[in-house]
Design a protein around this ligand. Structure first.
Ligand SMILES: Cc1cc2nc3c(=O)[nH]c(=O)nc-3n(C[C@H](O)[C@H](O)[C@H](O)COP(=O)(O)OP(=O)(O)OC[C@H]3O[C@@H](n4cnc5c(N)ncnc54)[C@H](O)[C@@H]3O)c2cc1C
Length: 448
């Protein structure tokens, strides 16, 4: 039986391992962490177990929903209308419906019409490839006008992509708008988001059981240091010990793949290494005060130290959180920036101050527990023209393939698109005799 090593037990690795095992292969799944899930891993905060980074499922996330069905959790998916707000120039505005939009005082009627036209065009207009080569600010200025770019778009882009936001492609903002608009219910409705009762802890437990049932061997808490190709096998050197197999599938960030595969050609390593990853630092607070009913508060305020505020309790039944609100304050930045390495104490103090600017009298006394999560590799910076040099699936090392979310062409990072990228890559490998993967028909929930 062919033995395949899958490196990385995030969603990409878990789905790869499951697909291969279902084809009857012998699969070993390796991860440096002591539990599976990668960015979706849960943790414990003030006695509750929930995702360390906030996750929702959108109605259009068909691959995620198919996965939930496969592990028997489809009936545990709850959808709910959620509200959005916008914090700008020290003021908080509701921003969920057309009425909110029309009442928004920071833009004139012409600017509002242009903003609405931008969103409609991003959602429905044009061939995506064209926008891959256009700068994001150029595109937004053309559609929304310079004033709206400076007041709304630029602060939002800076919050998500940092100081280099101007180098992003128009395709990035179009994909982001498309994904979020896909969650809306008509022109006047708000958004509908979903979650699984018990959060990703529950999803991962079901996935792990499914993998064990399929005979997948899990090797956790063992970081991979090197992957090398030998005459008829692949050797994976771990922090402690080594593993050998017929083939290896790497689901790690592209630059990590480049670093651990010394036999890749210089060109391959340069292609893989050219993706500068955006990371995230995220403060989680469990608070015993009700902080409004907006799931997400977007921040277009230059002095605010976080990208936004996510109140998970606006979506999830508060009983899941012992009656508290679960608040996330993410800050997207590269792993070599100062924000990424600031101490937990400094970040939590910043979070208190930031929330105090929005919610009167908010202070440490309202907080039951706080923790900080960091991830250095969340998504490759969506620079202009990036889609033309996506990381390859096949490498010059015949038995080593790369199947990672770096292959997302335009979309922003999410579980559903990550699964789609995996499925496309495995289909691609199916045509390769070295891999002999059989194309698998996947029953998606609904149709695209
Ligand atoms: C703040 C935040 C919010 C998000 N919100 C949503 C949301 O609402 N909805 C949604 O659908 N998606 C959301 N996502 C995205 C979602 O989490 C990702 O799409 C998905 O988890 C990516 O999975 P992955 O397997 O590609 O990568 P990862 O989860 O990063 O997995 C990579 C794995 O590789 C392992 N690894 C790395 N290096 C090594 C090594 N040398 N040796 C061994 N193992 C190694 C890591 O430990 C990790 O387990 C969010 C992400 C973040 C960060």
């Amino acid at each position: 039986m062919t033995k395949t090593l899958v490196v990385g037990a995030g969603i990409a690795g878990l789905v790869t391992a499951m697909r291969l095992a279902k084809r009857g292969e012998s699969v070993v799944l390796v991860d440096g962490e002591s539990s599976i899930g990668g960015l979706t891993r849960p943790w414990e905060l003030g006695g509750i177990t929930w995702d360390r980074f906030y996750h929702v499922v959108l109605g259009g996330d068909l691959e995620t929903q198919a996965l939930l069905q496969e592990v028997g959790l489809a009936s545990e998916l709850r959808f709910k209308p959620v509200k959005t707000s916008l914090f700008i120039e020290g003021e908080l505005y509701p921003f969920s419906s057309m009425l909110d939009f029309l009442a928004f005082p920071e833009l004139g009627i012409l600017d509002k019409l242009r903003l609405a036209a931008t969103i409609t065009h991003a959602r429905y207009g044009g061939n995506e490839e064209r926008y891959e080569w256009e700068g994001v600010l150029e595109y937004l200025t053309r559609w929304s006008g310079a004033r709206t770019v400076e007041r709304i778009w630029r602060p939002l882009l800076r919050a998500k992509l940092g100081d280099h936001h101007a180098n992003a492609s128009a395709a990035f903002i179009r994909a982001t708008i498309k994904r979020l608009q896909g969650a809306r219910r008509g022109a006047v409705g708000g958004e509908r988001y979903g979650y699984v009762r018990g959060g990703y802890a529950r999803v991962l437990a079901a996935l792990e059981q499914r993998l064990l049932d399929l005979g997948v061997e899990l090797v956790l808490g063992r970081r991979v240091r090197e992957v090398t190709l030998h005459d008829r096998y692949v050797r994976v050197t771990l922090e402690r010990g080594e593993l050998t197999a017929d083939r290896a599938v790497l689901t790690l960030p592209s630059n990590v793949c480049a670093a651990i595969c010394p036999q890749l050609s210089r060109l391959e390593r340069r292609t893989l290494g050219q993706d500068r990853y955006v990371g995230v630092v995220c403060v989680s607070l469990l608070v015993n005060r009700h902080l409004g009913n907006a799931y997400v508060t977007n921040v277009a305020d230059a002095g605010f130290p976080f990208t936004g505020i996510i109140n998970m309790s606006a979506l999830v039944d508060r009983r899941e959180f012992g009656g508290c609100d679960l608040i996330y304050l993410p800050k997207y930045c590269a792993a070599d920036e100062r924000s990424f390495t600031q101490s937990d104490d400094v970040l939590i103090a910043q979070a208190y101050r930031a929330l105090g600017r929005i919610f009167r009298n908010f202070g440490p006394g309202d907080v039951v527990a706080g923790r900080v999560a960091r991830a250095p590799h969340v998504f490759p910076f969506p620079r202009v023209g990036r889609a033309q040099s996506l990381p390859p699936v096949r490498t010059s090392l015949q038995r080593v393939a790369i199947v990672n979310s770096g292959r997302l062409r335009y979309a922003t990072l999410n579980v559903s698109d990550t699964i789609r990228v995996v499925d496309e890559a495995l289909d691609d490998l199916a045509d390769d005799p070295t891999w002999r993967l059989v194309r698998e028909s996947r029953a998606l929930v609904g149709s695209r």
